[in-house]
Design a protein around this ligand. Sequence first.
Ligand code: MF3
Ligand code: CO
Length: 266
Amino acid sequence: MIYYKTAAEIELMRQSALLVSKTLTTIAAELKPGISTLSLDKTIGEFIRDHGAIASFLNYNGYPFNSCISVNDVVVHGFPNKAELKEGDICSIDIGVILNGWHGDHAYTFAIGDPGPEAIKLINITKESLYKGIENAIAGNRIGDISFAIQDFCEKKNGYGVVRELVGHGLGRSLHEDPQVPNYGKRGSGPMMKEGLVLAIEPMINMGKKDVFTDRDGWTVRTKDGKPSVHFEHDVCVKKGKADILSDYSIIEAAEKANPNLFTGA
Ligand code: MF3
Ligand code: CO
């Protein structure tokens, strides 16, 4: 069942998405070699609760942390842990909140120090693919138009592996609503989109092959070939002509540029 949101509900969802953006911005300022992902998770939980919201991932299907922090070959759902980030790591941070009953859920991948040109290219291409998907999130298009745009750019044009096992999703009063938003598919396939549909679009792109496996912890998804993977996610509302991006990367990017420990490649 697809739920379309009213204009007033979309403004509430923008606040939820923005709280995630602000949390990621705080973390972007703190990232450095030597910091543990568990301490970042603690900061994330405190920031969310200090802003009157709930960390939605915590206890979701038994998930044991506030956030997912996925380093290098971890694709998504990485457990924050005591290991320290080191120079050259790439690190996706995925955060979800419930604010006033509405979910925000998005992610950003950071480079700690210089991970080298290949990893920087993977980060840039994955972020660009997210925007190519978003360009297609317009009323009258089908979900497959988003999927095709991401797959075509990452797989065909850049030779990367597009993860099949995990997909984007509708977002609203629940973290995962219909429809699913795969990062692969055929143009013109899938459900037709109408104004008021809110989607979490989240390409998960591997430098090597598309194949992944889940660790014995039951959550951590890793690449089979051990090569790095990158994850970006935005919350967007479908509109006529141009999607409305509810989350805000500009504040995260400003903090990223201002932090000398982070490499942006720009
Ligand atoms: N962004 C991910 C998703 O949409 C995060 C979910 S992690 C979980 O599925 F812990 F909440 F499952
Ligand atoms: Co999501």
